[in-house]
Design a protein around this ligand. Structure first.
Ligand code: ATP
Length: 241
């Protein structure tokens, strides 16, 4: 992903085109979040698999302008074009959505050239799901004591991490964490409880910390922990995303 058009309001109505693994996962996640989802695919079997779990589902070819127009895709908040392999269909579908005046278009790319074309014809966000997932899996395996929740920039991230042994049974104020380690503890997960930490909060063994800060500072800190997060669970969560 690079230049992404800003999303300026919460979106409620989505069209998902192409129900491969990525499209299906996007459609089902949006539906589970209570969003209105129309799915389109040329294959009746792909439609049949999820038609009962989304608002509406239509077997059709998205490269036909009149079809997309009569389905009213231009009235939805966002179209997510998940066609990958058939680059011509992917490009044509994005172009038609743009011409119909769709407000926000997300498109999946297979290659850098594909991405360039999609951006050129007006996709507002271009994604490479495999690259994103590859990074997530690799960083979980390479650093099992932390699970990256969000990479804000190349140098700044928010992670879930196991508690460093040297912090156990000490309060945040006592350790002067923000000044000494240059990181901020946003939340502490203690069993099923989420604690919003104060200076007087004491860290216990087994706590999981949600931490924001510079990548180098967080990595240095997570090297000081013997505990590892459940890397298997983190990977499972990532792959279910
Ligand atoms: P994934 O990696 O997410 O599994 P993929 O990159 O293999 O997907 P494709 O095989 O290109 O993706 O297609 C995904 C889906 O898009 C398929 O179910 C296919 O039937 C559908 N599709 C392809 N072309 C069109 C089209 N013109 N109109 C509607 N659906 C289409």
């Amino acid at each position: 992903m690079n230049e992404i058009k800003k999303i300026d309001k919460e979106m409620d109505q989505f069209v998902v085109i192409g129900l491969g693994r990525f499209g299906k996962s996007v459609a089902l996640t949006l539906a589970s979040l209570g969003k209105e989802v129309l799915v389109l695919d040329t294959h009746p079997d792909a439609i049949k698999q999820i038609e009962n779990q989304v608002s509406s589902a239509v077997v059709c070819d998205s490269t036909a302008t009149d079809v997309l127009h009569s389905l009213g895709v231009q009235n939805f908040d966002c179209v997510i074009n998940c066609i990958g392999e058939d680059m011509q269909a992917s490009i044509l579908t994005t172009l038609i959505c743009k011409e119909l005046g769709v407000k926000y278009i997300v498109a999946k790319a297979q290659t850098e050239q594909h991405k360039k074309v999609l951006e050129k014809i007006g996709a507002d966000m271009v994604v490479f799901p495999e690259t994103y997932m590859g990074r997530k899996v690799a960083s979980t395996l390479a650093n099992p004591s932390q699970n990256v929740i969000l990479s804000l920039t190349a140098d700044f991230k928010i992670v879930e991490m196991a508690t460093p042994d040297i912090w156990v049974d000490r309060s945040l104020g006592d350790m002067n964490i923000r000044n000494k380690y240059k990181i901020t503890i946003i939340f502490i997960k203690r069993e099923n409880e989420i604690i919003s930490p104060e200076q007087s909060t004491v860290i216990l063994k087994g706590d999981t910390l949600i931490v924001a800060g510079e990548t180098s500072k967080i990595n240095a800190l997570s090297n000081k922990t013997k505990d590892v997060l459940d890397a298997h669970q983190s990977l499972k969560d990532a792959l279910d995303e």
